[in-house]
Each structure stands twice: as C-alpha cells, then as structure tokens.
Design a protein around this ligand. Structure first.
Ligand code: TLP
Length: 344
C-alpha cells in the first residue's frame, strides 16, 4: 500500500518502535485504585513540568478541558473564552451539556485575547446576570493558526481574573509547541493559570492521553468527575509509558516541525491563488485561504489526496496543514510539488 503523507493533524502520529518497547515493558496496576506505578510516575512528572501540586491522566484533550470546566464551575456560570477556541467550538457542546455553563465568546487576534477584552466581559454582581466564573485560554491556539500566547497577555489576564475572583484554565493541548517556539517554559506559562490541560497525542507520538494539572483540591474534584464521565482507566500504565517516552524524547525535536511548517508556508505563498502570510506561522500549524484559486478547500483536498497527500479542509475557504513527528523534509518537498501542480 502506498504510504500517504498525512498533514491533516498532529493527532495522527504513531508510536515509534522505541516507544512501543517502553510501552511493552511498562509496569502496570489498577489506576482506578491509584495503583498503576507508571501512571503515577507520569502524573508526577507532568505536575513537576507545570509547577503544579498534582496532575491526573485522562483519555483525551477534550475530557481534560471539560473536566476542568466541570470542576471549576456551577451550572449557570459563565465561561469567558475566544470565539474560535477548541473548548467552545470542537468539543460537541460539552460545556452546556455536561457542566450547564454558558459562554461569553470574545473576538481574538489569531485566537489571542487582550486583558482589556476580558475585563470588559466580566459581569457586575447583580441578580440579573450569570456569574462570570472562568476564563479559558488556548496556547498554542489551533484555529488561530498555531499562534503562541504572549506571556504578557496571559499574566495580565490571570492577574485580572484573581482580582475579580475568577479562575483561569489553560488549554495547553500544544503547550509544548508554544514553549519550543517562544523559549518560555511550560511551568512559566502554567503559573498564570489555575488549571492546565496538556496532550501527549499531538505531535509527540503517544497513541492516547492528556493530563490536567492544578492544586490538590482541584485535582481531587477532577478525579471524582473523571470517574463520573467514564474516564477512569485500569492498567493504563501502557499508555502512560508512551507519554513518558514522548516527554523524554520528542519535545526537543518540536522545533523541526515548526521549521517544516514555515517551509511549507513559504512554498505555498508562491502558489497562484493561495493567500498566506508565512510570517504568521509560529509553530506547527499552517492555515491558508484558497478563495482566489477558484477551487474549494474540498476540491483541493481531493486533488491532493490523488497525489498521496492528506490535508484538512477547514471551513469554506481555508485549508489546514499540521506538521508532526511522522513528517520529514522529503515529505514537505513532495507536498509542495503536489500543491504546485494542483494550483498550476
Ligand atoms: N484538536 C483536533 C481537532 O479536534 C480539531 C485537531 O486535529 O487539531 N484542545 C486543542 C487546542 C485541540 O486542538 C484539540 C484537538 C483538543 C483540545 C482536544 O484533544 P482530543 O482530540 O485529544 O480530545
């Protein structure tokens, strides 16, 4: 079978042979009893990396975000976030369904909010209004094109939230990418949030897994809701071992993914009908507009599939490419050749 170049998402990475070895020899136990030593090691490692008291292993980034929303809020509370954030747009309406919260969505600049926007959205205390309880930020911002949150914005928003008695959750599904690009450590970002979710299955090769980190009290609530949401896993050490391997071996190389994304963006900027500013590509996500090519994103995706490259049609005018562990320089060159033919 012909191997396809899969740029649809960084969720498609597969465990390497060395990662599989680490998984095969992982010590396991029943994690619902808290007895899986490998899960416990991963949780301690991630809590340490993020500078939080505790972290808890969960099956997905969606569950990590939604457990955080559930653990921070009461039904009827309002959550402030950016218009295109994942927790609002791409998690199946979970905030409303599982936590009974409502959302206040603010227009970001490539997904990034300014403290004054958040300040303007916080409700005064009045029986007519919902209680503004939680601010959710996303770093890097997926729909914003992998944009990195400036630490200034995050810290100012956190300080404002504290002064108004609000909580802050950071969706750090790609926090590792933000750190690789900015040089700001994961813990430096995490200090400006009450809770942080991180993923191991985006670009790092681990097959499954995310963690939520925060204070001991908060994680105790998350633990209870994890059981309620059906996310308690048993001998999950096999998965945790993949996560530990990923953190030990695949963080350093993320910069390569970012370089390859930039290279793709530069090549695409030379294709007729493609609108993209390569200067805006900060991490591993490349989003571009194909309106002027006269083709729809779906038509472009179909044509690229015919040439052995999978890409993601993002709405009516845009396409998303994501580089990751399983994409090489040669794959990038082949992809650009294919795009040249499609946009000829
Ligand atoms: N994002 C996926 C899709 O759901 C869009 C992708 O291909 O990019 N937060 C952010 C910022 C994410 O990008 C994602 C996944 C999640 C949370 C959810 O993670 P999972 O897929 O593990 O539930």
């Amino acid at each position: 079978m012909k191997t396809l170049i899969d740029l649809r998402s960084d969720t498609v990475t597969k465990p390497t042979p060395a990662m599989r070895k680490a998984m095969a020899k992982a010590e396991v136990g029943d994690d619902v009893y808290g007895e899986d030593p490998t899960v416990n090691t991963l949780q301690e490692k991630v809590a340490g990396l993020l500078g939080k008291e505790r972290a808890i292993f969960v099956p997905s980034g969606t569950m990590a975000n939604q457990l955080s929303v559930k653990s921070h809020t009461q039904p009827g509370d309002e959550v402030i976030l950016e218009n295109f954030s994942h927790a609002y747009n791409f998690e199946g309406g979970a905030g409303a369904a599982l936590s009974g919260v409502q959302f206040c969505c603010l227009p970001g600049t490539r997904g990034i909010l300014d403290v004054s926007q958040v300040e303007g959205a916080i409700r005064p205390f009045d029986a007519h209004f919902p209680v503004s309880r939680l601010v959710c930020l996303e770093n890097t911002h997926n729909r914003g094109g992998g944009s990195v949150y400036p630490i200034k914005n995050i810290s100012e928003i956190f300080k404002l939230a504290k002064s108004k008695d609000l909580l802050v959750h950071l969706d750090g599904a790609r926090l590792w990418n933000a750190s690789a690009a900015s040089g700001v450590g994961p813990g430096e970002y995490a200090q400006w949030a009450d809770s942080v979710s991180v993923c191991l299955s985006k670009g790092l090769g681990a097959p499954v897994g995310s963690l939520v980190a925060g204070s001991s009290d908060f994680i105790a609530r998350v633990h209870r809701f994890r059981k309620m949401f059906g996310g308690g896993m048993r001998q999950a050490g096999i998965l945790a071992a993949a996560g530990i391997y990923a953190l030990d071996h695949h963080l350093e190389r993320l910069k390569l993914d970012h370089d390859r994304a930039k290279h793709l963006a530069l090549g695409l900027s030379k294709c007729p009908g493609v609108s993209i500013d390569p200067g805006q590509v900060e991490t591993n996500i490349v989003i571009f507009d194909v309106t002027d090519s006269g083709k729809t994103p779906l038509q472009v995706a179909e044509a690229m599939r015919g040439k052995g490259v999978l890409i993601h049609a993002f709405g009516k005018t845009q396409i998303r490419l994501v580089t990751h562990l399983d994409i090489s320089d040669a794959d990038v060159d082949k992809t650009l050749q294919a795009f040249k033919q499609v946009f000829r």
